[in-house]
Design a protein around this ligand. Structure first.
Ligand code: GDP
Length: 424
């Protein structure tokens, strides 16, 4: 049985917490796309962790953490993460890294930073983790696959080829020092020695697990609106954030994904630039940011303050549909307990026409939010375990959102901890 945990919106919906909660009953937790550019925040008995590469189930001893072929693999970041876990008293995770995953190189990170600097005010707000140059190289067929680390001849030939290409950019466009093939080779040798103990054919491993009736969780990074095809292009990430891609990025048949749990946060937040129709500003936004998440809405990787907004039914309905939601996990609901009234965006006004369909970017830029205002519940709902025990206005808020997005909310998260979850 394969289940996917993915985001409906701009990311930071609380996927890490939901995966960590569901991982209790899972055998394999798989990252299938993205890299170390986003963080999942997890709170459990070992403390609070920001994971960038390891899947969120890595705290359980019964699970195997899998880095799928679709991931942008930053080997030093992954190894440091494993080390940090061990240092903080977590048992060493069982880790399997796909021999088909490709490697984020130091020059990807360098090129990412150079391009952001060149763009200046027109930049994409990249986390400078090398993700866009990495995926560009993968599809230009000049990336390094993990399997190639063990083939010295290929490494030498490719290091040469990469230098020729990258140095044209580095020297002439960015006015930086050229790369040397011997340095690239040395970097690759270091990575080979670091990653060797974990490398295997994860696709075959997962197929075997599926055949044996094991539970496999696919953990997505970011959300629908950051998908390169279906998101707010060009302010998107460089790999598909959709559950459908989970099959590709993990190397399993698409029909094995039986459950798609789409994580939706009870209000909106986004990092980086890009269209965000229900965004709010000033003191109203500051207060929600301060109270949001677990200790404020600040990026887990960069510490950047997140942009804040009210819940957007148009974006979330679209986000859930593209993911193919079978279940919605509605998170961080406890944070809204301070509000007298809660606006919810139920439509977009584009040039005087109201729509509930999520448009392409140029139209989206003109969209104004149409709000309905719901009464707040004015109390702390943390610690409540049963749906019926939630205050009436809180249940009304959940049911209002459910009606507008058109997918069943089967889980409500009312705190950052593993057990702060209400099943419906
Ligand atoms: P992810 O990237 O989707 O995993 O999301 P993040 O980890 O970046 O952001 C979610 C934040 O909200 C983290 O700080 C979580 O600890 C926190 N969080 C998750 N679920 C809840 C919840 O139900 N209530 C509260 N208060 N915080 C939550």
């Amino acid at each position: 049985m394969v289940e996917a945990v993915v985001g409906a919106n701009w990311g930071d919906e609380g996927k890490g917490k939901i995966t960590d909660t569901l991982a209790e009953k899972a055998d394999y937790i798989v990252r299938f796309q993205g890299g170390a550019n986003a963080g999942h925040t997890i709170v459990n008995q070992y403390g609070k962790f920001a994971l960038h590469t390891l899947p969120s189930g890595c705290f359980y001893q019964h699970t195997t953490s899998v880095i799928g072929n679709g991931v942008a693999l930053n080997i030093p970041v992954l190894c440091k993460e494993v080390q940090t876990l061990i240092e903080r008293g977590v048992p060493a995770p069982k880790l399997a890294v796909s021999d088909r995953a490709q490697i984020v190189m130091s020059y990807h990170i360098l090129l990412d930073a150079c391009e952001e600097e060149r763009l200046g005010g027109r930049s994409f707000g990249s986390t400078k983790s090398g993700i866009a140059p990495f995926y560009s190289d993968k599809f230009a067929k000049i990336g390094f696959q993990v399997s190639e680390l063990f083939d010295e001849e290929t490494l030498q030939e490719k290091a040469q080829r990469v230098c020729e290409l990258k140095n044209a950019l580095l020297v002439h466009l960015y006015h930086k020092e050229p790369l040397k093939p011997e340095d690239i080779l040395e970097e690759l040798h270091t990575y080979r020695d670091m990653i060797a103990p974990y490398v295997c054919d994860t696709s075959t491993m997962l197929q075997k697990a599926i055949d044996e009736g094991k539970t496999v969780l696919l953990e997505g990074q970011l959300g629908t609106l950051k998908d390169p095809d279906h998101g707010i292009y060009p302010m998107v990430t460089s790999s598909s954030t959709l559950a459908g891609y989970g099959a590709v990025g993990a190397g399993i048949p698409p029909y094995e994904i039986k459950k798609v749990i789409v994580v939706c946060k009870a209000y909106s937040s986004a990092v980086g630039a890009g269209e965000f129709v229900s965004e709010i500003f000033g003191e109203e936004a500051d207060e929600l940011r301060r109270r949001g998440g677990d200790g404020g809405e600040y990026g887990a990787t960069t510490g950047r303050p997140r942009r804040m907004g009210w819940f957007d039914c148009v974006a979330s309905r679209y986000g859930c549909r593209l993911q193919g939601a079978t279940d919605v996990a509605f998170t961080v609901l406890d944070v809204l307990g301070y509000l007298d009234e809660i606006p919810v965006c139920v439509g977009y006004d584009v040039d005087g026409e109201i729509t509930t369909d999520f448009p392409t970017t140029a139209k989206l830029a003109k969209a104004k939010p149409v709000y309905e205002v719901l009464p707040g519940w004015k109390c702390d709902i943390r610690g409540i375990k049963k749906y019926e025990e939630l205050p009436e206005n809180c249940r009304n808020y959940i049911e209002f959102v459910e009606k507008h997005i058109g997918f069943p909310i089967t889980m409500v998260s009312n705190g950052p901890g593993r057990d702060d979850i209400i099943y419906r």
